[in-house]
Design a protein around this ligand. Structure first.
Ligand SMILES: [Zn+2]
Length: 120
């Protein structure tokens, strides 16, 4: 009686394994040949090491909003920050899209981030 094979056939420690159970090598078994060849290709690549490129997530985004002197709401966002730090805003410029007024950020005497109209 033959039970139908389910689960992915892999090679581990030189043996065919399916669902954690060793499968005997069978002459001419197409699936085993395919898995074996794929395994050999991968092992060849590992001889010199396979290059891996990390992808970094810059998850910190900081945003502020304030009301321009013309009355519309301005929004400024800085992303890809390495840490939460208001210093990132200092000396950045925001221009109002309606009236053209520029604003810049600074740290006031109370160590608070404040925004002020800029001459630039
Ligand atoms: Zn404005």
């Amino acid at each position: 009686m033959e039970t139908r094979a389910t689960g992915k056939l892999i090679i581990a420690n030189g043996k065919f394994i399916r669902n954690g159970v060793e499968e005997k090598p069978e002459h001419g078994n197409a699936e085993q040949i395919y898995v074996l060849r794929k395994h050999e290709r991968i092992m060849e690549q590992f001889e010199n090491g396979i290059e891996v490129k990390p992808s970094y997530d810059h998850i910190i985004t900081a945003s502020v909003s304030f009301t321009c002197q013309c009355g519309i709401r301005l929004y400024h966002e800085i992303d890809e920050l390495e840490e939460e730090d208001v210093d990132y805003f200092v000396d950045t410029l925001v221009h109002c899209r309606e009236c053209g007024q520029a604003y810049t950020f600074e740290i006031n005497d109370d160590k608070k981030l404040v925004v002020k109209p800029s001459q630039n």
